[in-house]
Design a protein around this ligand. Structure first.
Ligand code: ANZ
Ligand code: ZN
Length: 829
């Protein structure tokens, strides 16, 4: 065909790849492996450009490594449970399973249309009982080990979704998903004890050298390790003790009041009758405000005096006990010793309520801070202690150590590490998720702790439901409205029992899907440990940076659990993480329905073909960077591929040409251009610099045009090789065109299977320049080396020259002089 018509060739190749199973993993058991993975999508029906880009980054890598001889695993699946399908069902009555199925089908068609190299034999659907059965299995195994437990706690209740949402999903007191207000609510909640792994997850970050620093530092902050001291303040005239957590015990002599969280358990006990009314009113007011609002950055500090006093364990002096909004009950001990001179919040609070301010740390610089109310702002740096009894004169760090030891020795406290990270509450009042495999029997379990469903009874399947009556979005969890499902028998006494009606957070599903791909139908365990040995960890994981502190932390936790359970040998799920940038519209705003700037992938594929869509998106910028959509550049990518096609058509006559003799002149130029391109593109892909890889290919095509028609046998053979190399370097980006081109030149196999040839080093040397070689300042030889050759290489080439060797024979080298691009001089004596 004379003209480039992507629509005529792309589907054909997609079908051929699929039928030949080109992208199946496990074909090369002896070869090194690469596991390339992109975050599995929530099947929302239509693909957007963000998906296209995400999967392309992985796809280029997967094809490239396959060409380099690796056994590549590149799977795809569906994060199929979740709120959108359920919310849609509440609106229009379509069962979530039906909608999800439809969405998957259309999403999958789009994926196919872009020519991605997935091994579809490993497809996973998290809403399939064959999958979620293992969520239940993990739940029970973790329950046995105390890694799952049920707690009554304050949860974030979304008033729009009518469900519990994670801390991470609360943005400024509203739900990240529906933007409705979020309230605190006391509910029993199933939780994973992820905090047991806080330190391990923190330490593990040090090993993740190939993760973006931005992500690891977000995780570090999220885990929030804090080294400090717990100290007991006795309540004056009572045997109650207030334990505080402080990172600055060195400032304890400057503590002028103590603050309890409004919901601290000692509040009622310590409050004096005179203060009771005021305290009760404040506690009530605080309970109505969500935790996030109460402690937001800009929130004004408020508090009330309890009437009671606490005794400073170091000075023996009493200080007033307050309650205030800025102290959280679920961090540290829920109580703080306030040091207004050295803490900003305490300072503001002291100013507002005229509490004393006392400087006990002077700056190490020698500047002297004024005492008391003359202080203009808190001095928060470490320094040297003053007015601190026997600790005066000590540097802060040393004082902290000594004071912590003293507290421990006296049984009044101890050094303590605190983490900001919380356990992960994962029960949801929703239908479209994994049922929690628990039953409650009044006879065997009067406390309603719950008994696990026996492993051999898994999966606990979601019941068929009448959507209209069950998915109403109101009241009890949907599953509670299905009596035939809720009522069951107790595994212990066989008497009547009720099932747990809550389902699991969908983040559970994405915790281990990457391991399920290894053996998607294995039915003895979630993963076949043999396959885990072969494939884990994931070598390259591509996804959005917005998952930094949820999915990307949760699945690290789960990976450790899988190791604990003997399923997998690795501590960390992923070696290299690539977080892709955003695709904006031509207006520079994130593509969104709201801005009306969405470009549908299907429209681009239809108009220009998948290869143009792929080439454009990859050429638009480095994977990690955002880019703005440009119709002109899409056109540009299309024109480039047309030029490739025309070039191939023009040179069709050289197909199959070979040549046994030397290559000189134009023939040599053709070969040099080809091998340089091979080198450059390979190295760029390795570095993830797909845009420069494509730029290199474009320059290569220009060079071939400039070289004109191949006339001599040598030129023809060189050109045949050059076209073959063109099909190689195009394969990761424009795979359909690459295969079509290769086939029209007589290739008998797919380009991806034929592999990535090694470039010939002698052909990629750039310009060669002469160097004068002197011995004791006298010209002895002239050598020719690459213009960019390093000193050592030039020297080696000079030393290899016979005339130079003769001039230096029997002498000792005293000095070697190197003048780049000009000369070298051996000083001998
Ligand atoms: C006295 C002090 C003096 C403090 C000083 C700081 C500076 P990080 O680093 O985040 O762990 N704190 C402790 N528990 C709290 C709670 N439940 N709610 C609010 N604040 C709390 O912060 C530890 C510091 O935060 C602790 O050290 C405590 O204030 C406060 F010059 O104690 B500090
Ligand atoms: Zn029972």
């Amino acid at each position: 065909n004379e003209r480039y018509e992507p629509q005529a060739i792309e589907q054909k190749w997609q079908t051929r790849w699929e039928e030949a199973g080109v992208f199946r993993a496990g074909k090369r058991p002896g070869a090194p492996k690469k596991y390339i993975l992109e975050m599995l999508p929530y099947p929302s029906g239509k693909m957007h450009m963000g998906h296209v880009r995400n999967y392309l980054i992985g796809d280029v890598y997967a094809r490239f490594f396959q060409m380099r001889g690796y056994d590549v695993l590149h799977p795809m699946g569906w994060d199929a449970f979740g709120l959108p399908a359920e919310n849609a069902a509440i609106k229009d009555g379509v069962h979530p399973a039906v909608r999800t199925r439809e969405n998957i089908d259309s999403f999958k068609k789009e994926i196919h249309s872009l020519g991605y190299s997935y091994d579809w034999t490993r497809e996973v659907n998290t809403s399939d009982p064959e999958y979620y059965r293992w969520n239940q299995w993990f739940f029970i195994r973790m329950l046995e080990r105390g890694l799952v437990y049920r707690r009554f706690s304050k949860v974030n209740w979304c008033t729009g979704c009518l469900t519990v949402i994670a801390n991470e999903q609360v943005k400024d007191g509203t739900c990240e998903r529906c933007e409705s207000p979020v309230e605190d609510k006391e509910l029993p909640e199933w939780s994973f004890r992820i905090t047991k792994y806080s330190q391990a997850l923190l330490d593990g970050l040090d090993e993740l050298k190939e993760w973006p620093e931005r992500i690891t530092s977000m995780q570090r902050n999220w885990i929030g390790r804090s080294e400090g001291v717990e100290a007991d303040f006795n309540v004056h005239g009572s045997d109650a003790r207030i334990r505080v957590f402080t990172t600055r015990v060195d400032t304890i002599h400057g503590c002028t009041y103590v603050v309890l969280a409004p919901d601290h358990k000692l509040v009622a006990q310590v409050t004096t009758p005179a203060q009771r009314a005021e305290v009760d009113a404040f506690v009530k007011k605080m309970a109505a405000i969500s935790k996030t609002d109460r402690t937001a950055e800009g929130a004004t500090k408020e508090g009330v005096f309890t009437g009671a006093h606490a005794i400073n364990p170091f000075t023996g002096q009493p200080v007033p006990i307050w309650i205030a909004n800025f102290v959280l009950s679920d961090y540290g001990t829920g109580a703080v010793m306030s040091v207004p001179a050295h803490d900003e919040r305490d300072f503001d609070f002291a100013r507002k309520y005229t509490l004393p301010i006392k400087v006990v740390v002077q700056p190490a610089t020698g500047d002297k801070l004024p005492q008391g109310d003359a202080l203009e702002k808190a001095s928060t740096e470490d320094g040297v202690l003053v007015d601190s009894g026997e600790y005066s004169g000590l540097p802060s760090a040393e004082a902290r150590k000594k004071m912590g030891e003293k507290l421990r020795a006296e049984g009044r406290g101890e050094p303590k590490v605190t983490y900001r990270q919380k356990d992960w509450g994962f029960s949801r009042q929703r239908y479209w998720g994994t049922p929690i495999p628990i039953v409650y029997c009044e006879k065997c379990d009067p406390e309603r702790k719950g008994q696990p469903v026996p492993l051999d009874q898994l999966p606990v399947r979601l019941p068929e439901i009448d959507t209209q009556t069950v998915l109403t979005g109101k009241g009890e969890p949907p599953l509670a409205k299905v009596p035939s499902w809720v009522n069951t028998t107790c595994p212990k006494c066989q008497g009547p029992a009720r099932r747990e009606t809550e389902t699991m957070d969908t983040f559970v599903d994405s915790c281990w899907y990457f391991a399920r791909y290894l053996s998607p139908h294995y039915d003895e365990a979630p993963i076949d440990p043999k396959e885990a040995q072969r494939w884990l960890p994931v070598d390259v994981y591509v996804g959005g940076p917005e998952h930094a502190v949820m999915h990307l932390l949760y699945f690290r936790f789960w990976t450790r659990v899988m190791k604990l359970l003997g399923l997998s040998p690795v501590d960390e799920p992923v070696k290299r993480l690539v977080t892709q940038g955003i695709v904006n519209g031509p207006d520079g705003r994130k593509m969104s329905k709201r801005w009306g700037n969405v470009v549908a992938p299907a429209s681009i594929v239809q108009k220009y073909g998948a290869d143009t869509a792929r080439t454009y998106v990859l050429f638009a910028g480095p994977p990690e960077r955002d880019f703005d959509w440009s119709d002109d550049q899409v056109e540009g990518a299309f024109r480039f591929l047309k030029r490739v096609w025309t070039l191939a058509v023009q040179h069709q006559g050289v197909a199959g040409s070979t040549h046994a003799g030397a290559y000189e002149g134009k023939a040599l130029e053709i070969r040099r251009a080809a091998h340089k391109c091979l080198k450059r593109v390979g190295e760029a892909i390795d570095r993830l610099s797909f845009n420069t890889a494509i730029a290199g290919t474009m320059e290569y095509v220009n060079a071939l045009y400039a070289l004109g028609t191949a006339e001599t046998p040598a030129e023809k053979a060189a050109m045949a090789e050059a076209v073959r190399i063109l099909s190689v370097v195009l394969t990761p980006f424009a795979p359909h065109l690459a295969d079509e081109l290769a086939e029209s030149y007589g290739a008998k196999d797919f380009t991806v299977t034929q592999g990535w040839p090694e470039f010939d080093p002698s052909l990629v040397v750039d310009d060669v320049i002469p160097y004068a070689v002197q011995v004791n300042g006298k010209l002895r030889a002239e050598i020719r080396v690459a213009a960019d050759a390093a000193e050592a290489d030039v020297r080696a080439a000079a030393e290899a020259d016979e005339r130079v060797q003769a001039a230096m024979a029997g002498k000792t080298l005293r000095k070697f002089v190197f003048v780049p691009k000009r000369l070298v001089n051996f000083v001998v004596g």
